[in-house]
Design a protein around this ligand. Structure first.
Ligand code: PEP
Length: 253
């Protein structure tokens, strides 16, 4: 695996625009290792994306999931259905889910387990608010979000971790490379405590206003294994440029 670029489309792009994105991406994808990429479209565009990406090695999946497999849960989507569509991944605990929809640490743990049981890789998001950073709680918050989400976790299962400071998401304000590296080191140490040797296979992505202009410096940090990108993942050219900057930074360090 090279430098990871994962795109969270949030509530953007219906099936038509999703289709256009992948036509454009594929026309420009020569020389790119598709397994370094991931996309999380809105639920209604997942079917279109499944048709574009099935068997291509490109990772894709939902932005949220429910842990029950079926039943009277109006409005929810299950891991089983996601799997049937051919998805390989799913976001868990994105800060917008936590802040706007009340997602709790307990729920993140339930979602992690439901996904792992079906062989879908969770992409767990953790991050502190500005207030938490200002009051010196960053490390305590992110390690506790990680520990809580991994309750009952079997270390043989795989997941990706994304450090996303809430104050940097969609704000244009990006963490400095040093801030990102420090948080990633803290998370790496916590992963080692929790999962021992097996922790090494978990990549840690940085997310929060990543753009082509700031990607190189962030990607130079030794513990930044990739990015989770919101706004800039909506444009093929930005997404590709970020990947190129990330790959170049890793090759030069
Ligand atoms: C995100 O939604 O996970 C994200 C990092 O968004 P943005 O890149 O727009 O800050």
């Amino acid at each position: 695996m090279g430098f990871i670029c994962a795109g969270n489309w949030k509530l953007n792009k219906g099936p038509k625009e999703a289709n256009e994105f992948f036509e454009d991406f594929q026309a420009k994808a020569q020389g790119l290792l598709l397994s370094d990429f991931a996309i999380y479209p809105s639920a209604f565009s997942l079917y279109t994306v499944s048709q574009e990406l099935r068997e291509k090695g490109f990772n894709w999946g939902a932005q949220n999931i429910y842990w029950e497999s079926s039943g009277a849960f109006t409005g929810e989507n299950s891991v089983e259905i996601l799997k049937e569509m051919g998805a390989t991944q799913c976001l868990v605990g994105h800060s917008e889910r936590r802040a706007l929809f009340g997602e709790t640490n307990e729920q993140t743990a339930q979602k992690m387990l439901a996904l792992a049981n079906q062989g879908i890789t969770p992409v767990l998001c953790v991050g502190e608010t500005l207030q938490e950073r200002k009051s010196g709680q960053t490390n305590a918050v992110i390690t506790s979000q990680l520990r809580e989400a991994l309750k009952g976790w079997n270390a043989n299962n795989s997941f990706w971790l994304a450090y996303e400071p809430v104050w940097a998401i969609g704000t244009g304000e990006v963490a400095t490379p040093q801030q990102a590296e420090e948080a990633h080191q803290v998370l790496r140490a916590e992963l080692e405590k929790l999962l021992a040797e097996k922790s090494k296979k978990t990549p840690i992505l940085y997310g929060g206003s990543v753009k082509p202009e700031n990607a190189f410096e962030l990607a130079k940090m030794p513990n930044v294994d990739g990015f989770l990108i919101g706004g800039a993942s909506l444009k093929v050219d930005f997404f590709r440029q970020i990947y190129q900057q990330g790959t170049k930074a890793k090759q030069s360090s």
